[in-house]
Design a protein around this ligand. Sequence first.
Ligand code: WTA
Length: 649
Amino acid sequence: MTHTTHSPSQSFTDTAHLDRAGYDAMYAESLADPEKFWGDQGKILDWITPYTQVKQTDFNFGKVDIKWYADGVLNVSANCIDRHLATRGDQTAIIFEPDDPNDPAQHITYNALSDKVNRFANVLLSQGVMRGDRVVIYLPMIPEAAYAMLACARIGAIHSIVFAGFSPDALANRINDSGAKILITADTAPRGGRKTALKSNADAALLHCSDKVRCLVVKHTGDQISWTENRDVDVKFLMQHASPDCPPRPMNAEDPLFVLYTSGSTGKPKGVVHTSGGYLAYAAMTHKYVFDYHDGDVFWCTADVGWVTGHSYIVYGPLANGATTLMFEGVPTYPDAGRFWAVCEKHKVNQFYTAPTALRALMGQGNSFVENYDLSDIKVLGTVGEPINPEAWNWYNDVVGKGRAPIVDTWWQTETGGHLLAPIPGAVPTKPGSATLPFFGVQPVILDPTTGEEITTTEAEGVLCLKDSWPGQMRTVWGDHERFQETYFQQYKGYYFSGDGCRRDADGYYWITGRVDDVINVSGHRMGTAEVESALVANATVAEAAVVGFPHEIKGQGIYAYVTLMNDQTPSEALKKELETWVRTEIGPIAKPDFIQWAPGLPKTRSGKIMRRILRKIAENDTGSLGDTSTLADPSVVDDLIANSIYNS
Ligand code: WTA
């Protein structure tokens, strides 16, 4: 296969942080002497007590232990706010663009951010939040979400953001697993002209939590909400009366900064733990180099703060770099499919970072929605979350970037804290669909999935692992270090296993081929098929369920559910609808199956294991290559499933 290669223009490279020689030299240095390299790079942050130790990491199963800058002391919020005040107090830190384009945008300066975060931190202290306590944040994309995160960091509390699209049950599970004492939410959340009743979701969730959990409510829209005395607290009111001075607490580099729940191939979501020093240094470094961020630029990442992308590239990376970061409350298609570009024009956005699923959806609406706006300030375009198909890549490049803006396809994960594979835009020519080359210090390897051996030829295909640690790596699973080791370090000994398949081409470029485990990627949202299955079987009508992904033109992958009903149930369209609604309420709208197929039986081995490979093929309408079905207990169920698949019925 040949691919067009796109090189950055000379004028771009001339003003970029790094050209090719610069990238090659820094990358070589990062591998030759990681201690020295990361020792130097850690100075991107301000330290209260400078570190003398840099890297103490062990990937050996049974002894996995990851520490960076272990004896350094810092405060993350002071790095994101206080250190900028002398030089850029009046510069905008956060631009808030509300859902309704007729409402005014807010420009929050670093001085104003400092005032809000200090007050918010004092509110948390007044509620008895102490160092190391967990605070769950269930907020829409409003500045208070950033204030809350930074306020936690200021006093050494650990935040755990739950995406505002998750259901009360999902929220309750995360509050309970993290042992949080505080939930921060808002009254209602406008998005795309509709409102989500966040506070009433929070009320429903708290029914399943300890009655000690307090609920801090941001009155954002002023909508009517129910109020529980002695539990609910009006944050804005308390902030008005709080002191604007809350000294940042000195924290150890390895003190947890946040827990973020993410889906895996088995069981319930895991609390991914990121710590303070290494995470922040890595977020800041990647933000600076991968987006070629320069002082004065306006940076916009369209992700939600409920995902890791929002943590690292709306809040922590940009603010650590003293950037202007844009927070958008709305959706790409409201009031019409030109909204992203209207916002880019309005705020003169220089770096724009979004997900392929959004691009695919907008691409289908026609080019006029883009062409109506002046996008000449855009310098770099980024994508994240899922593989980008060449059509979407080319559209992004030609129609949005007018061929002038390098596209950075960034591969990384909740677990990695920041980008691992991505082109440095002034240095590395891009190929549509490839995340190209590793960031500094990152050593990707491709292993043969059956032998676990490293494939050392340049051209290779297999599973993607990392050979050594980088500062932004997750440290553990909240409350379960065993699970951390088993998930990422057991299958391929001595490596971090990403769960992704990957190909390396003759130029050494990496091409992610998708998950090799039972995780699917729906509109860039990561979902464990096991989670959807357990939601389905929790319904009284369902005996058994198996969920797989299938290719979906806009979402990347869609959710295909095979459901076996209890004997006394009769299949009907109404029951399908009921089950769809059920999954929405158990997990959230993002988990709603696209298709439910009634399955009188599921293909199982004689030992009772469901053969998902076959279910995947049926869902992909690729039944010509089902492979060996001879080990099935009852091969005839396969014919029935094929005959009744969505393609044939
Ligand atoms: C997928 C999001 C291809 C991948 C930051 C990974 C990608 C999972 C890309 C992590 C990309 C992310 N190209 N696939 N550029 N970026 N992925 O934890 O399968 O929500 O393992 O982190 O998304 O999803 P997560």
